[in-house]
Ligand binder design. Structure first.
Ligand SMILES: Cc1cc2nc3c(=O)[nH]c(=O)nc-3n(C[C@H](O)[C@H](O)[C@H](O)COP(=O)(O)OP(=O)(O)OC[C@H]3O[C@@H](n4cnc5c(N)ncnc54)[C@H](O)[C@@H]3O)c2cc1C
Length: 569
């Protein structure tokens, strides 16, 4: 299967090779087996065993604790590779990465080293934040831990937990000091194997719309006594640790979306190249080609946002409260949209569960619906952005930005810093360097044109339009009356526009920092032009653009990627 990634990292390429030829009937990642697991609501053991043999768990453990996780960019690429074949497998296997994260951020070295060893040896770790009646409202959580001379006594239910049943360990958020509000929650890493069977009850598997094979269940603790060394981080710091951990996990989730988008493209391109109607192949129909082209641009934009967001974890760590919210709201939404458009090209085959590659399209479409729900839904992430509107507007107007952090994020050949969790902040004091650097980026493009180092004046025109749109948006953010409880719908629309401006600024910066690197998509002027054009079209429905250049570029991409000689009309 093809990848649409702008480059392939070594481990990613190795994993692809390890997975092997998925078109072979006996491959653990074959679509027939994937469909069987899905239909029978069965956990996908065989492909997960392949991932275990590959040593995927190493990438869930930071290098300082014995694993191979040194870059979130790499983890995202690996998840993209798995999701390109089966999103259920990526979610079912990858959850251990989320289960461990609070321990990497706040656990003692001993806790982190032990957990690292356990995960590398194959332990499955789940993450229990959500409760049945409170969903995204973590501050309403009731699961409690009471301190006693014997240890902590825990009681309560965690529900809709990935791998709650299969998992060996679970990291839970528990109320330890109800009178302290947000400082009343603490985290515990519980090893189920150390408890007796009466200490907890596993809740039945929930039957789900997508990721049917995954173990989505729950767990209820009943006066279980756990030792004090199971607490992760300080007493009362649980919510803060979780909110910081979510900045990393929400950003990583983009890999799942990108993989699902690749999968959708693979299925649809194969189909439109082979399916004949009206004496022509489907790919020859202008409407089909236009849709393929547009969805491909959407994937490129989702990819560029993913790339800068994952690199920002290392280089702009203190700004992740903003960047992770953008990534998690923007990328899955864009991918849901492109999957729906691509599905239309399959006609009935997007709806049938047995036809055309074992009904893989409808499976991935269902599976992907989850990405915008879990780990903070789109609304929750936009709300996180809204809470920072005034700060973002002030920082933009000041025009300051982190030059070194920006350079490292954007220079794709630069080694990334080791991630420093101490730099994670609940609110980004410095705003959003990527957007705040937009005026300077436009100036840089202008200078390139004046010095005749750049001939495409239309790039500058697009960048200037983006700057105007951004300036106007920033004024609207400043004028918003913010309230924690009464958040109007218009604020959510402004948050969505902020995401588009961010994507546009990231696009220009990626091009400026990589245009002299002849390999790679981000060096191409036409790549930048087509992405900016699409973003401006979304920002302002009246935006006029030169369709001929847009389509010429898309035709070139389609023929390069899919070996189709048919020109687009
Ligand atoms: C398959 C699956 C796997 C999961 N795995 C895990 C797991 O491993 N660990 C875990 O802890 N949890 C897990 N969850 C739970 C998941 O994180 C929650 O479903 C999610 O937090 C949303 O909660 P909820 O479904 O109760 O919806 P709610 O948060 O209650 O939302 C209900 C509605 O309110 C809206 N809403 C919420 N907040 C706002 C807001 N601020 N402003 C406006 N509208 C808002 C939502 O958009 C939605 O329409 C999983 C869920 C699923 C479906």
């Amino acid at each position: 299967m093809g990848t649409y990634s702008y480059y392939k990292q070594t481990e990613d390429a190795d994993l692809d090779k390890f997975i092997g030829n998925v078109n072979l009937q006996d491959n653990a990642f074959s679509s027939s087996l994937s469909a069987t697991y899905d239909k029978q609501d069965m956990f996908p053991e065989a492909p997960c065993s392949v991932l275990n043999e590959f040593g995927m768990n190493r990438f869930y453990v930071p290098v300082q604790y014995g694993g191979s996780l040194s870059s979130y960019e790499q983890l995202i690429d690996l998840w993209r590779t798995i999701s390109r074949h089966d999103l259920t497998v990526a979610i079912g296997h990858g959850k251990t990465s989320l289960g461990g994260i609070c321990t990497w951020l706040a656990g003692s070295p001993e806790q982190a080293n032990t957990l690292g060893k356990n995960i590398i040896n194959g332990d499955v770790v789940s993450w229990g934040l959500t409760e049945r009646y409170h969903g995204s409202d973590l501050l309403a959580n009731e699961f409690e831990a009471r301190e006693t001379p014997q240890g902590w006594v825990i009681n309560g239910e965690k529900w809709l937990i990935n791998n709650a049943t299969r998992g060996d360990m679970i990291c839970v958020l528990a109320l330890t000091d109800p009178q302290l509000g947000a400082r009343g929650y603490s985290l515990f890493l519980i090893d189920k194997r150390k408890l007796s069977s009466t200490d907890y009850r596993l809740l039945p598997k929930e039957h789900t719309y997508g990721i049917r094979g995954a173990d989505i269940s729950g767990i209820e603790f009943q006066n279980a006594v756990i030792s004090s060394d199971t607490m992760v981080g300080e007493r009362g710091a649980g919510l803060e640790i979780v909110l910081k951990a979510l900045q990393l996990t929400r950003t990583s989730c983009v890999g799942l979306s990108l993989g699902a988008a690749d999968h959708a493209f693979n299925l649809v391109f194969d189909f439109v190249k082979q399916h004949r109607m009206y004496d022509r192949y489907l790919i020859e129909l202008p409407m089909v080609r236009r849709t393929l082209a547009e969805t491909y641009v959407k994937l490129m934009i989702a990819e560029l946002v993913s790339v800068v967001s994952s690199r920002s974890i290392h280089a702009l760590t203190g700004e992740m409260s903003v960047i992770s919210a953008i990534a998690k709201a923007f990328v899955p939404t864009m991918v849901d949209e492109l999957i729906a458009q691509l599905g239309d090209q399959l006609g009935s085959r997007a709806f049938l569960t047995e036809e055309y590659k074992h009904g893989m399209f409808q499976k991935l479409e269902r599976d992907h619906r989850l990405i915008a729900i879990f780990d903070g839904s789109t609304v929750v992430n936009r709300n996180a952005l809204i809470n920072q509107f005034h700060l973002l507007a002030r920082s933009y107007k000041k025009g300051n930005y982190d030059k070194d952090g920006l350079a490292q994020t954007m220079n794709l050949n630069d080694e990334l810093n080791k991630i420093n969790p101490e730099k994670l902040q609940l609110v980004s004091i410095s705003g959003c360097s990527i957007l705040q650097s937009l005026p300077q980026a436009v100036e840089q493009l202008r200078t390139l044109i004046i010095n005749k180092k750049l001939t495409e004046t239309r790039l500058l025109a697009l960048a200037e339009t983006l700057l105007e749109e951004t300036n106007a948006l920033i004024e609207k953010l400043s004028a918003c009356v913010l309230s924690a409880r009464e958040v109007p719908q218009s604020h959510f629309e402004l948050a969505a526009q902020y995401e588009l401006c961010f994507a546009g600024a990231a696009c220009i910066q990626l091009w400026l920092h990589n245009s002299d690197n002849s390999s790679g998509r981000f060096s191409q002027a036409l790549w930048m032009e087509v992405c900016l054009t699409h973003l401006l079209k979304r920002l302002n429905s009246e935006f006029k653009f030169d369709t001929s250049i847009y389509e010429k570029f898309l035709t070139s991409i389609i023929s390069e990627k899919f070996n189709s000689q048919v020109s687009m009309s």
